[in-house]
Design a protein around this ligand. Structure first.
Ligand code: GLU
Length: 453
């Protein structure tokens, strides 16, 4: 039975990069009729926050990502990790290290000066039992380190293929920190082992941790799971996706009116070769393969996300759209027109003011100011019986006659006066839904603005 996990650290809000990992695990679990475990990796007490945890859970639910087991919190499993520390100490695969923080800083500085990756120099690796006992009884603080077997690690990553790390890659890294909480690599390994995880699907930023985790599995006499490291997301400049590229957190996308199904759909196909891009959830599940996730950096294309959203909005039953955007049902007909061309739910809501707003937007005013004398336009408008009977074509005909304007100019002027905006859905569709009162108020606004009577 396939068992996978999504293991966020609650040190921030859910990011689209992590959403990709969550989706990959979710789709894989669903496709294989397996189990998805949600594990909260909150051993970094300083940076973890329960508010972030709550928000991550909320975002996952919003995206329709469900899990079968958990959430389990690593902070509630500290005793379990200590048990396995004892197992490794007993077997001689771990040792206590009493080196002071200052000494470790010196070693680190030295490695940096030599241009080498910082590694522990093994001072405490071969301390006698007696020395350990003495320092412990003196109350000297210690950490527990892995006694690295210093052997090369080879494994077949389901996305990257054959992967190799040389024998000096894994040093005697820390398993248990001074405050007796586990390090990331140790907690993950113990959890993946005890939770019987069969596949670890995560971002390639964790690739270099994998040999550490594999060696730990071997030290604990267990077979490691299969690993799959998908690529990371980038912005258009090919640099890791970050705030400077715009929205990156799920809640930000929700706030600007991206539909949850769209975000999930788009993120699930990024970097994958798929026959069809817009998919129902079932299709997403049925067509998912771990191999199809890309190993090279993948572009997060905001324009494409908006295109997806627009397509979804356009094809959504209007009742669902009213619900998703919290628009009262009395605007049903107006929404039917607006949904043809709205990129986001926020935009849809914003453009509703065409039908019940009474002002003219600044860019509309600016256009009209540059247009020239509006006296003839206002006079022609005032002469129109707006309380029914006239079709939009009648209005255009009357106004053409009354103002002498070309059709092109007339359409823009009419659009601004009738809707308050320079852009929007086809005027012909909008017109039958405009209330006389709205038009009269906009006319008043226009007259006030241009001191016309
Ligand atoms: N907690 C880690 C993170 O948020 C994930 C660890 C893992 O998947 O092994 O990056």
């Amino acid at each position: 039975m396939v068992k996978v996990r999504f293991a966020p650290s609650p040190t921030g809000y859910l990011h689209v990069g992590n959403t990709r990992t969550a989706l990959a695990n979710y789709l894989f679990a669903r496709k294989e009729n397996g189990i998805l475990v949600l594990r909260i990796e909150d051993t970094d007490m300083e940076r973890s926050d329960t508010a972030y945890e709550a928000s991550i859970l909320e975002d996952l639910r919003w995206l329709g990502i469900s899990w079968e087991e958990g959430p389990f919190r690593q902070s509630e499993r500290i005793q379990t990790y200590r048990t396995y520390i004892d197992v490794l100490l007993e077997k001689g695969d771990a040792y206590k290290c009493f080196c002071s923080k200052e000494r470790l800083e010196e070693i680190k500085a030295l490695s940096v000066r030599r241009g080498e990756p910082p590694r522990y120099d093994g001072t405490c690796r071969n301390l006698s039992g007696e020395a350990v006992h003495r320092m412990e009884s003196e109350g000297k603080p210690y950490v527990v380190r892995f006694r690295s077997p210093r052997r090369a690690v080879r494994f077949t990553d389901l996305i990257h293929g054959e992967t190799f790390f040389p024998d000096d890659h894994v040093d005697d890294f820390i398993l248990l920190k001074q405050e007796l909480t586990p390090s990331y690599n140790f907690a993950v390994t113990v959890d993946d082992m005890l939770m019987e995880i069969t596949h670890v699907i995560r971002g390639s930023d964790h690739l270099s941790n994998t040999p550490k985790q594999i060696l730990l599995f071997q030290a604990l006499d267990r077979t490691p799971p299969q690993y799959a490291h998908h690529s990371l997301l980038t912005g258009p400049d090919r640099r890791p996706l970050s705030k400077r590229h715009g929205a990156t957190q799920v809640r930000e996308f929700r706030d600007i009116g991206i539909l949850p199904a769209v975000l999930a759909n788009y993120v699930a196909i990024i970097g994958r070769k798929v026959k069809k891009e817009i998919m129902e959830r079932d299709e997403m599940i049925n067509t998912f393969t771990v191999k199809s996730l890309s190993s090279s950096d993948s572009l997060f294309d905001m324009g494409k996300l908006f295109w997806f959203n627009k397509e979804y909005i356009r094809n959504m039953p209007v009742e669902n759209l009213l619900g998703a955007s919290d628009i009262p049902p009395k605007y049903r007909d107006e929404v039917v027109i607006l949904q043809e061309n709205s990129k986001t739910l926020a935009e849809l809501k914003e453009y509703l003011d065409i039908f019940d707003g009474t002002d003219i937007k600044d860019d509309g005013i600016a256009y009209l100011s540059a247009f020239g004398d509006l006296t003839a336009v206002v006079a022609a408008m005032d002469g129109l019986p707006l309380d029914g009977g006239l079709t939009f074509d009648d209005i255009v005909k009357e106004m053409e006659h009354g103002t002498g304007l070309t059709k092109r100019d007339l359409f823009m002027v009419l659009r601004i006066i009738l809707t308050g905006r320079k852009s929007g859905p086809p005027l012909k569709e909008v017109f039958p839904l405009l209330k006389k009162d709205t038009v009269t108020k906009r006319m008043l606004c226009l007259k006030r603005q241009f001191s016309l009577s």
